[in-house]
Ligand binder design. Structure first.
Ligand SMILES: [Zn+2]
Length: 313
């Protein structure tokens, strides 16, 4: 049988998303299962193998038609070997994940960083479609980044390309968990936004735990302290994007993460600040757009890792 399908596997700290995807990006079957990383990578891989086959059966997809599996996950990876050097959120270290999954799935397996596969997903089917040079930046606990050039992930020498969260944008800024000071992540992540809002005295009217979404909502409602904190965050994000854009000259920058739901409240001032900070010819060539695929970008991009290899055969 012609093998034109791929299994996408998006491993998060809590859940694993599985999807069987065809070469046009149609999802033929999908499901979400608990990650339960404490069982260890061997048991994890056996469960994924069993669940993926059961999912294919239920959707009447022949397992033989699945050419391979792509995996997206957070952590330091050796992509060439499919090895997890360290996944802090799963408490895994030195795991031959591609080998383990290959034996449980009986398919070739590709493993890549979550920000990279999300970027690939957005370029394939989402906000970055038709881009030649795309930067995808995800605002969450940290600031993640992925670069896709000519439809392929740009990984660099040691899979560290696109680590936009750790470019230094503020001299003598706050200490980052990477050990440096003033990283973009300390200024423009959702976590940083909440921390700075609390420092500025921003509070929820009902006394509940403040979230990044709350800070944007309070700013939209006219809370001066919240407005100032949001403005500051957008300024630093624009500075970081401009630094990278001046090097990459991308035709699109996709902004992803829950904060994108703020819509124009984020994207409009961000675009304006980006135009001020980047070289004029760089800014003119670049669309700054919100992500379209939401939390599906990772699993679709992971499937794409495999499908593009089939296409290039
Ligand atoms: Zn850092």
């Amino acid at each position: 049988m012609e093998q034109r399908l791929a299994l996408g596997i998006d491993i998060g700290g809590t859940n694993v998303k599985l999807a069987i995807v065809d070469s046009d990006g149609r999802v033929l079957a999908d499901k979400s299962i608990p990650t339960a990383p404490e069982r260890g990578p061997e048991a994890f891989s056996r469960t994924v193998g069993a669940e993926a086959r059961a999912m294919a059966d239920e959707a009447a997809v022949a397992w033989d038609s699945v050419a391979g599996a792509g995996v997206g996950m957070a952590g330091f990876l050796d992509v060439a070997r499919g090895w997890v050097e360290e996944a802090v959120n799963l408490h895994w270290r030195d795991v031959p994940l591609a080998d383990l999954l290959r034996s449980s799935l009986d398919k070739p397996v590709r493993v890549d960083n979550d920000a990279n596969v999300a970027a690939l997903g957005e370029v394939w089917l989402g906000a970055g479609q038709h881009a030649h040079t795309a930067l995808c930046v995800t605002l969450g606990t940290g600031v993640g980044g992925g670069i896709v050039i000519g439809g392929r992930i740009h990984r660099g020498a040691s899979t560290m390309a696109g680590e936009i969260g750790h470019i230094m944008v503020k001299n003598d800024g706050e200490l980052c968990n990477c050990g440096h000071r003033g990283c973009l992540e300390t200024l423009a992540s959702a976590t940083a936004l909440v921390r700075h809002a609390l420092q500025a005295g921003v509070r929820r009217p009902d006394g509940g735990e403040l979230t990044a979404k709350d800070v944007f909502a309070l700013a939209a409602a006219g809370d001066e302290a919240a407005k100032a904190v949001v403005g500051e965050m957008i300024h630093w994000l624009a500075v970081g994007l401009a630094v990278v854009a001046n090097i990459l000259n991308p035709d699109v920058i996709v902004v992803a993460g829950g904060l994108v739901n703020a819509g124009d409240q984020l994207m409009k001032p961000l675009s304006e600040a980006f135009e001020r900070e980047a070289l004029a010819r760089v800014a003119r060539a670049c669309r700054l757009v919100p992500a379209k695929l939401g939390d599906q970008a990772g699993v679709l991009g992971a499937a794409r890792l495999v499908l593009q290899d089939i296409e290039s055969l």
